[in-house]
Design a binder for this molecule. Structure first.
Ligand code: FMN
Length: 157
């Protein structure tokens, strides 16, 4: 039996730091509540590890015309095209955007779709945060903690 509890992995895609800050807020909240959790910049993340993750939280903004931020581009296109089996992985997506743009929060919507298509299990409906209203990450954190309090015993530190 594996006696090492798995870590919740938070991956962020960000250009001006909001999604990055939110990713670290999530890490702090989860750790404070006793869960094992770490954050990675998507560009620093070893993609081959994705299939062995247990729970992945994606926090990403959107740029261009509904595109992924620079540091999320590689993981975004890899996930879109690679044949991988994520049936042992669960996930939740927090998608940042600005509703003044036509493709609101599209990069987060893409990650949400790609992960589902690769067989991962969505634990929460996607959360979309609108920069027009400075929407905070706390309600998303609350939903994550609610889910973890029911289902997250494996991640307790
Ligand atoms: C040049 C530019 C292009 C953007 N394009 C989009 C877009 O297509 N869709 C969207 O929802 N938000 C768009 N945004 C808004 C950002 O996603 C939003 O401000 C987000 O909170 C930034 O997060 P970050 O600081 O983590 O990069 C754009 C912002 C800028 C500056």
């Amino acid at each position: 039996m594996d006696d090492i509890s798995p870590e919740i992995k938070v991956l962020f895609g960000s250009e001006t730091g909001t999604a990055e800050e939110y990713a670290f807020d999530i890490e702090t909240a989860l750790q404070t509540n006793g869960f094992k959790c770490s954050v990675s910049d998507m560009d620093d993340y070893e993609k081959s590890e994705l299939e062995s993750e247990h729970l992945v939280v994606i926090v990403t903004s959107t740029y261009g015309n509904g595109e992924a931020p620079y540091n999320a581009e590689e993981l975004h296109s890899w996930l879109e095209s690679e044949e991988i089996d994520l049936s042992s992985t669960s996930f939740a997506v927090c998608a940042l955007g600005d509703s003044g743009y036509p493709n609101f929060a599209q990069a987060g919507k893409d990650f949400d779709k790609f992960l589902e298509e690769k067989g991962a299990e969505r634990i929460l409906a996607r959360t979309e945060l609108d920069a027009v209203f400075d929407e905070p990450v706390e309600p998303f954190i609350e939903k994550l903690l609610d889910w973890l309090s029911e289902n997250g015993q494996a991640y307790i530190n």
